[in-house]
Write a protein that binds this ligand. Structure first.
Ligand SMILES: [Zn+2]
Length: 113
């Protein structure tokens, strides 16, 4: 997306960080006729390292959250309403590898593609 198409640098930067550790944003479409939804997410390890989670250390009975996400309506940095600002351009924030990571409803189950 061109720089002028982003609501702000904060969201652009957060989307660019989507494969790294930390906080990021992405969009998803929950069904073929569903509107684009926007998500704020966090991952403790890189997306690539999630596949190696069995190598993260000794097994423990303490629950650990490696990754989580929540739906958002407004940009956390500039406050713009995301569905109105991005409209059809919201498709450009969809990364199907993230749908698979979070098992979003219309995503194929891992290993079935
Ligand atoms: Zn923004």
């Amino acid at each position: 997306m061109a720089r002028s198409e982003w609501c702000c640098n904060g969201l652009s930067h957060a989307f660019a960080q989507r494969a790294d550790r930390g906080i990021y944003v992405f969009a998803s479409r929950l069904g073929p006729s569903s509107p684009v939804s926007f998500w704020l997410a966090m991952r403790s390890v890189t997306q690539a390292d999630l596949r190696r989670r069995e190598n993260l250390g000794p097994s423990s009975t303490v629950p650990v959250t490696l990754a989580t996400r929540v739906p958002i309506r407004f940009c956390p940095w500039c406050g713009k309403r995301l569905d109105r600002f991005y409209g059809p351009n919201g498709n450009q924030l969809i990364d199907t590898s993230l749908d698979a990571e979070f098992y979003l409803p219309e995503s194929p189950a891992p290993g079935t593609d």
